[in-house]
Design a protein around this ligand. Structure first.
Ligand SMILES: [Zn+2]
Length: 95
């Protein structure tokens, strides 16, 4: 349930093109984050957290895991996601 909705004044940049990400955060009544999204206006990068589920869309790839997944699995997925970020950043750097 979305108890309240706030758009934070926190600023995040796209790790690929450095544009400012659109940031939205939905908090529960107890103040804990229930849903959080960060997305690049150019569509390189999309992060979603919702109810213990983490999802990244990086370029055309999707990475996802659950908050209570095995630590090693989470770390592996996270590494893969950020390798993809690095790959796209190098690509867009015109190298
Ligand atoms: Zn971007």
């Amino acid at each position: 349930m979305k108890e309240s909705m706030s758009v934070s004044n926190r600023v995040y940049n796209c790790p690929i093109c450095y544009n400012i990400l659109r940031y939205e955060c939905y908090s529960r009544v107890d103040g804990k984050v229930a849903e959080e999204t960060k997305s690049c206006p150019e569509g390189h990068f999309d992060y979603r957290y919702y109810y213990g589920y983490i999802e990244y869309y990086i370029g055309d790839k999707r990475f996802h895991w659950k908050y209570d997944d095995d630590e090693l699995l989470k770390r592996k997925r996270n590494i893969l996601a950020w390798e993809e970020v690095r790959r796209l950043r190098e690509q867009s750097g015109g190298g």
